[in-house]
Design a protein around this ligand. Structure first.
Ligand code: TNX
Length: 546
């Protein structure tokens, strides 16, 4: 009995004994400077935090609220709190987004000159903590240790983006917020929201209600498409989908998401794709097309007559009104107008287009597209915004102030930078998350070509062929996820991870400090966090033989 009692007692003691768990220095993206110290700082419910402003208070509060499920507590956070353990200190000499972090066994000092910098310092702390801080269950037995370290950090590029196509498949408000969260955790700061395409219009426009009454819904009878599958041979409407498929965001939803992103230092760039990729728009308002229709919201990918008509004034009136509402909803300085893959067959025969070309002295339909894009740029600039377009907007003459997103390789970006225009690099071979990341036998049947993690990681954002001056026009890079064959969120995260981490480190870390082996080691903790969060990811990325 005595022995049994002893066993029971020791079991009880070991059960109630809290275990010290210490995180490590495996941070993604790799900080600019990092020096390890001795010991660790323990964070618990009696830790106190001093901030300078309400903005910083919101950053700290949100950080601890996120981890409350695992910790079970919230610390005390106050403005100018005396004798605090964690102190936010303002230093306006630091660049935007830069921060310094000093962790000792006694306290933590965070220095920055910007909200983004303080936010990123906290995200770094999130990765210095034991990964179980991301657990969805309370970790009552854990003592949370943060390793002592000195970090001085700032990004290499100002534009570190992720694009999500919500037209080919619709993703809910909560899913979009999840994307903003996983971006912010690795210091990505630009969310490019592809809100319209042939297969669905996804944003409420008050002046044109049919865009969402008609354009947000597709009916699955493939016979209505000129061609039922896209160029890599798959329909967008996936087997087993609802006969009528779709969805859209109200303007209230958009405002909510913009505010959510702002609090995480993510700016949103809306894209309304035009003049091509516009079947959903012209199915709603055929008068802006070159024929009378009827058009149907696409269930496939390639439809030849899917364009706005640049010969008609009503088209420009529509563009001005629609973009006006869109730009009023999104506070960031940029509006993306697409401009990619515009099929010009209808323009070749349309009398209004022919007349326009004659009047404007345009040699061919490439110049007509350029005419269209330049007029749209004036509308965008008049609203005080910069216009972005895919690299096709170079054809027929680039609009004077346009920023070019280079996707068909690097050529378009290089040409635009040489002309003195800003560019964002998203070459498909390195930056397209809808491509497969591993060998066929390791992949679910989702992607079509290949874009391997190592290539994404090693991709050189500023081409050697640019001079230093020209290179300054390269604002950064972006990972793009097109969703023709992705219909649920676990497929989205599978295609996104781990390549998102390669984009994040490529955009943040100085190019000479990038280190593939170090990166793959640091990924192990990221995978643990994803597992704890319940987000699916691809391990095939590591096994690529091709
Ligand atoms: C080309 S990238 C497109 C998209 C497709 C993608 C598929 C670009 C500007 N246009 O419409 O979804 O290929 O990878």
């Amino acid at each position: 009995i005595f022995l049994a009692g002893l066993v029971c007692f020791s079991v009880l003691v070991s059960c109630s004994k809290k275990e010290l768990l210490k995180g490590d220095l495996d941070i993604i993206p790799l900080p600019a400077e990092l020096v390890a110290g001795d010991g660790h700082f323990i964070i618990n419910e009696s830790t106190t935090i001093s901030v300078n402003t309400e903005e910083e208070q919101a950053i700290a509060t949100r950080f601890f609220e996120k981890f409350k499920t695992a910790t079970g507590w919230l610390p005390e956070i106050g403005i100018n709190k005396a004798n605090a353990d964690i102190v936010f200190s303002a230093d306006t000499t630091l660049e935007n987004e830069a921060y310094e972090l000093e962790v000792t066994p006694k306290n933590i000092l965070i220095t920055s000159g910007s909200g983004a910098g303080f936010f990123y310092a906290m995200e770094t702390i999130g990765q210095l903590l034991p990964t179980t801080i991301f657990s969805k269950k309370e970790q009552t037995n854990t003592i949370w240790g943060i390793p002592a370290v000195r970090i001085a950090d700032k990004p290499a590029f100002g534009w570190r983006g992720y694009m999500l196509d919500v037209s080919r498949h619709f993703f809910t408000k909560e899913e979009v917020k999840d994307a903003i969260d996983f971006m912010a955790e690795v210091k990505l700061n630009r969310f490019h929201w592809h809100l319209s395409d042939d297969n669905g219009w996804r944003i409420e426009i008050k002046k044109y209600p049919k865009l969402t009454e008609v354009g947000a819904w597709r009916v699955n009878h493939n016979d209505k498409d000129e061609n039922t599958s896209n160029w890599w041979g798959r329909p967008t409407q996936q087997p087993g989908e609802e006969a009528t498929y779709g969805g859209f965001y109200t303007q209230e939803d958009i405002k909510e998401i913009v505010a959510y992103a702002k609090a995480r230092y993510v700016e949103i760039i809306p894209e309304i794709d035009m003049p091509g990729h516009s079947l959903a728009a012209i199915a709603s308002y055929p008068e802006i097309s070159c024929s009378t229709g009827p058009f149907y919201v696409g269930t496939g990918g390639v439809v030849r007559n899917n364009t706005y008509c640049p010969g008609k004034e009503v088209t420009f009136e529509f563009v001005e009104n629609v973009l006006g509402e869109v730009m009023d909803l999104f506070p960031f300085d940029y509006m993306h107008i697409g401009g990619d893959e515009c099929n010009k067959e209808a323009w070749e025969v349309d009398p209004d287009c022919q007349l326009r070309m004659k009047e404007e002295n345009l040699a061919d339909t490439h110049e007509l597209q350029s005419y269209f894009v330049k007029r749209v740029e004036k509308i965008v600039n008049a609203h005080g915004k910069n216009m972005i377009g895919w690299d096709e907007i170079l054809e027929g003459g680039l609009a004077p102030n346009a920023t070019v997103m280079s996707w068909r390789g690097e050529k378009g970006g290089i040409a635009a930078a040489r002309q003195g225009n800003d560019v964002i690099m998203t070459p498909s071979r390195y930056c397209y998350f809808d491509l497969k990341q591993g060998d066929d036998d390791l992949e679910p049947n989702l992607g079509y070509a290949y874009s391997f993690l190592k290539d994404t990681y090693n991709y050189k954002i500023i081409s050697d062929s640019l001079t230093t001056e020209q290179g300054k026009h390269v604002l950064g890079l972006q990972g793009n996820l097109w969703t023709e064959s992705l219909r649920n969120w676990s497929q989205i995260t599978y295609m996104t991870f781990p390549r998102l981490y390669a984009v994040a480190e490529n955009g943040w870390t100085k190019q000479n400090d990038k280190d593939w082996d170090g990166f793959t080691n640091r990924l192990i903790n990221q995978f643990k966090r994803l597992e704890l969060k319940g987000e699916r990811y691809a391990t095939s990325a590591f096994n690529a033989r091709i």
